[in-house]
Design a protein around this ligand. Sequence first.
Ligand code: FES
Length: 181
Amino acid sequence: MATTHENVPIKTAPSAEAPSRRSFLARLAGILAATGAALAAWPMFRSLVPNVLYEPPKRFRIGLPDNYQEGATFLEKHRLFLFRSGASFHAISGICTHLGCTVKFAPFGSPREETVRGYTFRALGEFHCPCHGSKFRGEGTNFAGPAPRPLTSFLLELSPETGELVVDVAAEVSRDFRLVV
Ligand code: FES
């Protein structure tokens, strides 16, 4: 209650801007109720969303054979090497079998004939892993460092619809596999 200079008491109207204690409590109760309802509904909502892990496809097209030059081409997106020798193609994984780093292809000055584990082939170079020093022969066999096994060779096919090369990284093939187009 305020007073005038003449000490006459004057009633002051309550401020319209200051929220009353009651409306504040009502709003708080509303927020708490909405939060509780949302938390209660969450398991039901979550059950409607399938628990699926989305992975990249295991089988994919990588373009026409003629798009590839002789020798090795690294497909960064798929982390694999595509090799071409004339009409013959094969694909080797670029993922190190130690801890999964991407290996690099180190080409020789000129191709050389090599025999590894009884298999003779025309080697264009070898693979080196920059992480812990593993090395792999040109057909994928590990020969230095901690890598426990060879690089994987993948199935290559030709799409009957488009004529493009198709890699199937779910299908491992032997290191002497070649697709001739
Ligand atoms: S990840 Fe390749 S040597 Fe360790």
